[in-house]
Design a protein around this ligand. Structure first.
Ligand code: GLN
Length: 308
């Protein structure tokens, strides 16, 4: 199906206006005090199509904390650097538990279910750190994002990183638990500090949609992943990208997506579009409430689905 870009652009504008007029935003993440200050009544969507066309609606120049969306790029960096060896340390199954749950970690002897729950992402960050300093590991993720987005102006918000460090007791528990099973190569505080900084990267939806071109395998992407790798990352986004809400997201949207508690969602229509959504209010799973709603509306409007 050839997409009518003018109609799609108009649809996004209308959708943004409709969402801004609503009141059921969900709740901003308050366990990271710096994120609790963000006004939930905000929305932005940016989309890059296969021919490079960019469509934007809402607050697309507003920077937000990408949080767990960063886990996609850390995984891509780790796989790019050392291939598939990371799968010894982390699985590829949905967890069915909250993103910060410790439950399965005990039962499964310290091998997290997947790289998108916190425990799994702490392991991929730890893997990226092997043989390098936190600064070097973080700069690898930033370089990936800057190259992919063709934009040097992508930074870490130190205030958010420090805020999460002060209250990140659960993540500290997860890191220590991983270490107790011998599944951490670096001191827990070093891996955690790097993880908090990676989560505190801030971007606009336009920057994120541009960075996502690499995952969406768009020919206009400035940085390409191996096609097989991009497909596998997408499969993990589909099955695990929204934690215990992944099944519901797949049912409603039918496209791979990765959320973050800052309210961002990176949504991929493979070979068709890279889409970034942002609305800081969260649903009960810790995923953007209006971002999920908008993803569902976009999938219905375009007819895009990985299920045909
Ligand atoms: N930095 C957040 C945390 O570790 C990321 C979680 C998320 O975005 N779901 O709790």
């Amino acid at each position: 199906m050839v997409i009518d870009k003018v109609r799609l652009g108009a649809f996004l504008e209308k959708l943004a206006a409709e969402i801004v007029a609503r009141e059921d935003w969900g709740k901003v993440a308050d366990y990271i005090p710096e994120l609790a200050k963000v006004d939930p009544a905000q929305f932005a969507v940016s989309m890059v199509l296969a021919d490079g066309t960019e469509l934007n609606a809402g607050a697309t120049d507003q920077r937000f904390s990408i949080q767990s969306v960063s886990k996609v790029f850390t995984l891509a960096s780790v796989l790019g650097r050392q291939g598939e060896s990371v799968w010894v340390r982390v699985g590829r199954e949905p967890s069915g538990d909250r993103f910060d749950s410790i439950l399965l970690l005990e039962q499964e002897k310290g091998r997290p279910r997947n790289p998108f729950i916190n425990a799994g992402a702490i392991v991929t960050t730890d893997e990226l750190l092997a043989g390098r300093t936190p600064r070097e590991a973080l700069s690898e993720i930033l370089i990936f994002l800057r190259d992919a987005a063709e934009d040097e102006d992508i930074q870490i918000d130190e205030k958010v990183a420090a805020s999460e460090k002060r209250t990140g007791f659960r993540n500290a528990a997860l890191a220590n638990y991983l270490a107790s099973f011998g599944n951490l190569k670096n001191p827990p505080e070093m891996t955690l500090g790097t993880y908090f900084h990676q989560c505190a990267i801030e971007m606009t939806t336009l920057q994120l949609a541009r960075a996502g071109r690499s995952i969406a395998q768009l020919p206009v992407s400035a940085r390409m992943l191996l096609p097989e790798r991009a497909r596998r990352i997408c499969s993990l986004m589909m099955t695990c990208g929204h934690y215990d809400g992944s099944g519901d997201f797949a049912f409603r949207v039918g496209l791979p997506g990765k959320s973050g508690v800052g309210g961002g969602i990176l949504l991929i229509a493979p070979k068709r579009a890279s889409i970034a959504l942002w609305s800081p209010g969260l649903n009960g799973y810790g995923n953007s409430q209006m971002g999920t709603y908008a993803a569902e509306r976009i999938a219905r409007f375009t007819g895009w689905s990985v299920f045909g």
